[in-house]
Design a protein around this ligand. Structure first.
Ligand code: ATP
Length: 296
């Protein structure tokens, strides 16, 4: 029985590792691609980025499992600006983000970057221009340096360290037992949530991509970490086209544009000031719900 059990258990473990590896590879845009429907067109050209302006035109989308989760979304994320997506859970915010690196393709409509339909360009060139910071930063088995360099494998040591400095991570890295060579991941040192997030921001910074997709963390960090992560994010966002799934009021207030999602549609658009004044609007209602202390 034991003999039968052990390989099965090992296989199950391997499966977990594989699944995690796939998720991880997708998150940081490795070239591994298991979804045949997102194949490249023959003769696809490289994406040419000038302003990094992103436009959704009449985008509808359903996951294989069922109903439409985006219904004719039109939106523009202006080049070099921050666009915040807000709205109730299930409204389609993460799906919008998933379509930009072509993890999935729209069922209808198209997505343009600087006027080029992203299904007409090579996936490699598309993903080279995109960095992603997720809610739950993933660290793999390896050193701190490896984990940052994963954003751009050819980055030099100096570039890795510069990214870490900009992400307010350099000092805590030097305080680790072996500095940048300290192992992290399952068998390495344990880092706090805020430190992991700053490493993931450093990974995005070393990538130096003009488009940053950001899923803001909902879980609370201690105040000191929170401030450091916030500063790191501000650095990462500056000068880039950012689409952020916003959970913090400060992010929304500072965004150049807010898009309110509801049941797969972009239902309102504007700045915090303009949207908050629309008393019958969804944004004004959400805003009052989420921040009772700021409502009159
Ligand atoms: P949240 O804030 O809760 O993350 P969201 O606005 O980001 O919500 P999405 O995650 O885009 O919303 O989800 C939109 C809808 O699509 C939901 O009904 C969700 O259950 C469904 N969905 C999301 N991802 C998948 C998937 N991989 N396969 C099938 N359905 C999915």
């Amino acid at each position: 029985l034991l003999m039968a059990y052990d390989p099965a258990r090992r296989l199950a473990k391997l499966q977990v590792h594989l699944e995690r590896a796939v998720v991880n590879a997708r998150m940081i845009y490795a070239l591994l691609d298991l979804q045949p429907q997102q194949r490249e067109k023959p003769g696809a050209r490289d994406l040419v980025v000038t302003e990094a302006r992103i436009e959704f035109r009449g985008v509808s989308f359903a996951y294989a499992s069922g109903d439409l989760v985006l219904r004719g979304v039109d939106l523009v994320a202006d080049g070099g600006r921050t666009t915040a997506l807000v709205g109730p859970s299930g409204a389609g915010k993460s799906t919008i983000i998933n379509l930009i690196p072509r993890f999935y393709d729209p069922s209808e409509g198209c997505i343009l970057i600087d006027g080029q339909d992203i299904t007409d360009v090579t996936k490699m060139s598309l993903r080279q221009h995109i960095a992603y910071v997720s809610q739950q930063p993933y660290l793999f088995e390896g050193t701190i340096r490896d984990n940052i360099r994963y954003g751009r494998p050819e980055a030099t040591d100096a570039e890795v360290e510069e990214a870490a400095r900009l992400a307010f991570a350099h000092d805590f890295i030097l305080a680790q037992p072996f500095g940048y060579e300290t192992p992290v991941g399952e068998n390495g040192v344990t880092l706090s949530g805020g430190q992991r997030q700053r490493l993931s921001i450093a990974r995005a910074l070393v990538r130096n991509a003009p488009i940053l997709l950001l899923d803001e963390a909902t879980s609370a960090l201690d105040n000191e970490s929170e401030a450091a992560v916030q500063k790191a994010l501000e650095t990462a966002m500056s000068g880039r086209t950012v689409i952020v799934i916003a959970h913090r009021l400060s992010t929304v207030v500072n965004a150049d544009k807010i898009i309110v999602m509801h049941e797969g549609r972009a239902v309102e658009e504007g700045t915090h000031e303009t949207l908050a004044q629309r008393e019958d609007g969804l944004y004004a209602r959400l805003n009052n719900l989420q921040s009772p202390d700021t409502s009159p």
